[in-house]
Design a protein around this ligand. Structure first.
Ligand SMILES: *Cc1c(COP(=O)(O)O)cnc(C)c1O
Length: 222
């Protein structure tokens, strides 16, 4: 199957409420262009260096999502063009994103990443930590960063009940934050969860953004 065929088949399964982030990490610009020519506009990368190398070579109406762990000192490289930063997990990082947003005269949209997996290696906030950030006056003074939802990664396991439970937890965090901090904010509406192996479960639990690489571009070269 070609990338175009994969995408077409994939788009057919998606409800209108769910957007596909085509995860193009490690893939060459030719592959991204093939997906673009098949109609895909949202792409995800997880390394700043790769994103910065690919972005100028590709059409300007691509919406680039940064899905990896972002280091504070690298925000400046993607701030001029990034459409959404998925994995924000500290006030310090938000502060830098706000600063770079100001410099570039734009508001940068972000998601708060939550730790939902039963694995220590995955980044992310607890619900309490997120509350502390959102209540903080420093955060409330930011004018050029906007939190539009949440993101999480489930445990890498074949146990569907566990994965479903973790996605359900993230959905609960979203609902709680919405009612507590974003009740009047229409823009707070994204739940980024689900990858090639678990996107169906994620959609069942209310995902609005699925991040899928392998099923579209094939296996990554290690
Ligand atoms: C690589 C990656 C994905 C996509 O993974 P696939 O299993 O190839 O679909 C999704 N989210 C994040 C954060 C990733 O790093």
């Amino acid at each position: 199957m070609s990338i175009r065929d994969n995408l077409t088949a994939f788009q057919k399964q998606l409800p209108d409420t769910v957007k596909l982030v085509a995860v193009s990490k490690t893939k060459p610009v030719e592959d991204i262009l093939e997906a673009y020519n098949a109609g895909q506009r949202i792409f995800g990368e997880n390394k700043v260096q790769d994103l910065v190398a690919k972005q100028p070579l590709l059409p300007k109406d691509i919406q680039w999502h940064y899905i990896g762990h972002l280091q504070t000192n690298k925000v400046k490289f993607i701030a001029p063009f990034v459409h959404l930063i998925h994995a924000v997990d500290s006030l310090k990082l938000l502060k830098e994103i706000n600063k770079q947003g100001l410099k570039n005269n734009r508001v940068i949209d972000c998601l708060l990443q939550f730790h939902i997996a039963d694995e220590e290696t995955k980044f992310g906030l607890s619900f309490e930590e997120a509350g502390e950030i959102l209540c903080n006056e420093v955060f409330q003074s930011f004018t050029n960063v906007r939190i539009i939802g949440v993101m999480g990664m489930a445990t890498y396991t074949l146990n569907e009940n566990q994965v479903r439970g973790e996605f359900r937890q993230l959905r609960k965090y979203f609902d709680n934050l919405k009612s507590k901090y974003f009740n009047d904010a229409d823009y707070f509406r994204e739940i980024s969860m689900g990858m090639s192996g678990d996107f169906r479960l994620a959609i069942g639990e209310g995902s609005t953004l699925i991040r899928v690489g392998t099923l579209i571009f094939g296996e990554r070269n290690k």
